[in-house]
Design a protein around this ligand. Structure first.
Ligand SMILES: Cc1ncc(COP(=O)(O)O)c(C=O)c1O
Length: 464
């Protein structure tokens, strides 16, 4: 073990180690590297989506196939996948039930702007599972949030959306704000978007009761849009009683509460909401809900539905309808999405599979914690349901400010590049691990071995 480096030496060493890992990655991924070179000629950011450029190797792997919890790249290398498409693949890759349902539906037509019989079962199951009586399907979680916000503005007559600093709710611009150095501004790395945030957004720190109460009492907030614990800025656990406090204050001030469970749906069959007995007015989810086919959903309470129907009544069948809501895309709720959603809800996101997924997340978190303790490292692991996160700070953050103050971005990139070289994928934005029903205890143990190797690498080089 080397003597521990000073702070400036440390940054330099991490840089050198990253360079070595990226070289190792380039040497072993010639085909992906060459495809990336080609992709840059025709895609604005190299790949079909700008998210795909965020991988720590220096360029992304190009996928040949993905099955269960494994991904195979075009260079013939296999990865254990804990990223799972940043949750879109939480059902596992190419799960049989979804594949069969999709193939069958593809042969019978995918999009007619008419409902299929499957949609009846899906609506009943969503209501039963997530506790909301009335549902709308969209093509993404972003769109579900957008639709939900639109209804909130419609019934409250207010414009502002309250979010928590460090949040991410997709392409919803109202949420692209944060508090940094005590000042409200555009979220780090998000560039000017033409939106006057002083009119449409309000941002406070997570778990801050006083700031939340003060904002809601202004009477300007249409809705609170929140994850029931934060998962997009590392994992920020919710303080005991905070969700209940938000509920109480939103009710008191006539503010609508949207709980976005796009990620926390990994907590169990009814999401975090059911597991913790929460009472949102609107429940949002997406990503994995149709097993990897693009889809979002939002469910609305009885009381809110009544208010919406007062504004926009049901169709009068005797009159031509010219008014439209402009909510959701043309392909929302199409037959393919509905068929795959049915397969997911009936066969994949079941109690039995959640038990397995949660046990594996606990196993990963427990082994990582053991290594952290054994090596006396100032790091921690958070695990909620089928999801776990390693963060390079001694305590779980209480809010976005804590993450900003303690985050070690350079060490995260190094870890992620190291993982890729050792055959592990984690979400590139922070160190989050997600389990799918196909994830095995052996795959989790492989992570433990690789994580131990990473710690040794840092020790040998005096980084820790
Ligand atoms: C909590 C949450 N909501 C919404 C979204 C948006 O999902 P999509 O990009 O699939 O629309 C995300 C994406 O990461 C998310 O984490």
């Amino acid at each position: 073990m080397a003597e521990q480096a000073t702070q400036s030496e440390r940054a330099q060493i991490i840089d050198q180690l990253l360079e070595a890992e990226q070289q190792r990655f380039a040497d072993t991924h010639p085909k992906s590297q060459s495809l990336w070179g080609e992709g840059r000629k025709n895609y604005l950011y190299g790949g079909p989506s700008h998210w795909m450029r965020r991988w720590a190797g220096g360029f992304p792997i190009y996928v040949d196939s993905a099955k269960g919890a494994e991904v195979q790249d075009v260079d013939g290398r296999t990865y254990t996948d804990f990223c799972l498409g940043d949750t879109g693949g939480m059902c596992g890759h190419a799960p049989e039930a979804v594949t069969e349902a999709a193939l069958a539906q593809l042969k019978r037509g995918t999009t007619t702007m008419l409902p299929t019989e499957d949609s009846i079962w899906v609506g009943q199951e969503l209501a039963h599972r997530f506790g909301m009586p009335y549902w709308t399907l969209t093509t993404s979680a972003t769109d579900a949030n957008r639709g939900a916000i639109r209804y909130c503005r419609m019934v409250t007559g207010r414009q502002k959306v309250l979010v928590f600093s460090g949040c991410y709710h997709g392409g919803v611009e109202e949420a692209h704000v944060e508090i940094r150095d005590g000042k409200v501004g555009l979220r780090n790395m998000i560039h000017p978007n033409g939106v006057d945030h002083s009119k449409v957004s309000h941002v406070v720190e997570f778990n801050d009761r006083e700031a939340l109460a003060e904002a809601l009492e202004s009477g300007e907030i249409a809705c609170v849009l929140m994850e029931p614990m934060m998962t997009n800025f590392g994992m920020i656990p919710v303080a005991p009683g905070f969700n209940e406090f938000v509920r109480e204050k939103t009710r008191e001030t006539g503010t609508i509460l949207i709980i976005d469970e796009t990620h926390t749906m990994s907590s169990g069959t009814g999401g975090f909401t059911k597991t913790h007995g929460l009472e949102p007015d609107i429940f949002v989810a997406g990503k994995a809900i149709a097993g990897g086919i693009p889809a979002g959903i939002f469910g609305i309470s009885e009381e809110l539905a009544q208010r919406i129907w007062q504004e926009v009544p049901h169709v009068n069948p005797k009159k031509r309808q010219s008014a439209h809501l402009g909510i959701g895309g043309t392909l929302a709720g199409n037959a393919l999405t509905v068929a795959t959603m049915k397969a997911v809800l009936s066969n994949i996101l079941t109690d039995e599979n959640f038990d397995k997924m949660i046990a594996n997340a606990e196993r990963l978190a427990k082994s990582a914690r053991k290594l952290i303790e054994k090596n006396n490292l100032p790091w921690h692991v958070t695990q909620v349901g089928a999801r776990a996160e390693i963060m390079f700070s001694p305590q779980p953050p209480r809010n976005g400010a804590d993450v900003i103050a303690t985050r070690q971005g350079d060490l995260e990139v190094l870890l992620h590049a190291f993982y890729m070289n050792e055959g592990i994928l984690v979400t590139p934005f922070h160190t989050m691990f997600l389990m799918c029903p196909a994830t095995t205890a052996e795959q989790v143990d492989k992570h433990t071995e690789v994580f131990a190797k990473f710690i040794s690498l840092l020790q040998e080089n005096g980084v820790v």
